[in-house]
Write a protein that binds this ligand. Structure first.
Ligand code: SER
Length: 318
């Protein structure tokens, strides 16, 4: 039986991944941890919960020993837009947390899952069907930290035999916890505004194609990769995974099928546009599909239908 620690459990991915992990492996076998003490009820009371700053290596080590942890999901991240405003902090947090875990894993021998991102690619990367192995010279500090993290994880795997694994996530669309300041956030905010105000001002241009994924698929990708047979993994850090690629117009048209009077206008944020333009339009994720049977379940229409249904209920809107 796995004994799991989720670091950054109150974030966009962590808040839903932790709940699913507890369903699969049992509540007491999944420890949630976050720097914030004020977290959703489920997280705090659905199983063990620890308040910890991921940069506090001693405390992370104490938790791993206390709960006899064998697998860590390291979800601590400062995203792309916030990272550009605070590059020092983005580097310190994104790499600091990972370096602490990698160093501890040499002695305590646990597996580590660390998400990478479409942000690990840059303007010189081929934009369509971006291959698994290609040019990776990102233009944001977020991307620089993600590529560095990928390389560090590969290094620790090869040199010390640590079981490091990762996926390059696209923009993730979810309805529980808001993303924390990324370039792809418009694809989440649009749903809240469409339901509550019937209108949305998009900060990226029409024609800005980006890879996206619905949260249930993102959660499954992380868990399935950690369950995969290590002998089948031709890559470790990190696998391209995708589910859909769309631009703001396509998403707005999909939403209009459910909310016909929805209207979208544009006010471009040039800084975000530059970041989005430097990322892939669509990734080739065939290695993930071949090596560990990655399959997405939601496309743009099933995701939109589920988002609207779930959010309407949660926001109490008709
Ligand atoms: N969603 C992230 C961002 O926009 C990309 O991984 O920063």
């Amino acid at each position: 039986m796995k004994r799991i620690l989720v670091v950054g459990a109150a974030g966009q991915i962590g808040s839903e991944l932790t709940v699913k992990l507890r369903k699969i492996y049992g509540n007491s076998n999944v420890v949630a941890s976050d720097i914030k003490a004020q977290v959703p009820y489920d997280l705090k009371h659905g199983g063990p919960f620890e308040v910890v700053d991921c940069l506090n290596k001693q405390k992370i080590s104490d938790i791993i020993v206390k709960y006899n942890i064998d697998t860590v999901y390291n979800l601590v991240a400062i995203l792309s837009a916030v990272g550009e405003a605070k590059p020092d902090m983005a580097w310190k947090v994104n790499l600091g947390s990972l370096l602490n875990l990698l160093d501890l894993s040499k002695e305590l021998q646990f597996a580590i899952m660390t998400p990478s991102s479409i942000g690990a690619f840059g303007d010189s990367t081929p934009k369509d069907k971006t291959p698994q192995e290609t040019i990776m010279r990102p233009d944001t500090i977020y991307g620089v930290s993600k590529v560095s993290g990928e390389l560090l994880c590969d290094y620790y795997h090869k040199k010390y035999g640590i079981d490091t694994r990762g996926v390059r996530y696209p923009g993730i669309i979810s309805n529980v916890t808001m993303p924390g300041g990324g370039t792809t956030d418009y694809a989440v905010e649009i749903f809240y505004k469409a339901i509550q105000e019937r209108k949305f001002t998009c900060n990226l241009k029409p024609g800005t194609f980006l890879d996206m994924m619905y949260m249930p698929d993102a959660v499954d990708a992380a868990i399935e990769l950690m369950e995969a047979d290590p002998n089948k993994l031709r890559h470790r850090n990190a696998y391209n995974v995708s589910a859909m690629s769309f631009d703001p117009e396509m998403l707005a048209n999909e939403i209009k099928k459910h909310i016909p009077d929805f209207k979208m206008k544009y006010k471009i944020n040039n800084d975000l546009q530059k970041i989005a333009d430097s990322w892939p339009n669509s990734m080739d994720d065939s290695f993930a599909r071949e090596d560990w049977d990655w399959q997405h379940k939601f496309d743009i229409s099933t995701m939109t239908e589920d988002m609207i249904k779930t959010l309407k209920k949660r926001l109490n809107e008709k």
